[in-house]
Design a protein around this ligand. Sequence first.
Ligand SMILES: [Zn+2]
Length: 288
Amino acid sequence: MALVSATEMINKAHEGHYAIPAFNTNNLEWTQCILRAVQETNTPVMIQTSEGAAKYMGGYKVVVDMVNDLIDSMGITVPVALHLDHGTYEGAKACIEVGYSSVMFDGSHFPIEENIAKSKEIIELAHAKGVSVECEVGGIGGVEDGVASAGELADPAECKRIADLGVDFLAAGIGNIHGKYPADWAGLNFDRLAEIKEAIGGKPMVLHGGSGIPFEQTKKAVSLGVSKININTELQLVFADATRKYIEAGKDLEGKGYDPRKLLKPGCEAIVAKAKELCEGFEAAGKA
Ligand SMILES: [Zn+2]
């Protein structure tokens, strides 16, 4: 099955009150593990790369070819969209050109007028090629930016202006944070989410920084219009933890335990297990 635009799967999730998991990938193993998890749970999925991760893997075209080839060689039958996460204006254009089936243009750091102008242009370019588009309003908090207990909150009126451009799904800050959530995190701001939902007339929304948010909060967010949940950190943490345990147990020193295929296996199994748990938790399992 070829890559598909994310529009249909997101709209179905929106109508059916579940969320499409959008997993960030970093390499071949990550991509295989995500595909295994979604195929085994019959889950429609978005596989996404940041610009940095795509560069790490050798470039956008390497990613497109890798994902397409794995879908083919693994016999994947669930719908898979390949999405650019937090794309720049130039990055989004490059991905539309090279075969990503979905892109995010993140103009949230620009003044709103410039964000609108650039978002509009990317939406037109993408839609002309059947590529779905996510845009962002208001920024997402991050502990790396010195934000501690609360994320940023998007302005509903600004969200409406971007939604009215014909964007397929919209990312907006509702107190969510990238990376690990601090112990004193204030939680998602459901009042603001409800205001944004009202302002944008029921367009699907995206929850960034989905790692580690309790399922009762993601469920409530879904009931208020969230239809895509981004997961990056959570898979990284379980991979690192399982790999550390393997090495701390001295298993790399036993026989050929240093073989990368053995060394990376526990981490890979941990990714598959965590991804499956999230597919179930977002109630997207069985929806392919
Ligand atoms: Zn994000």
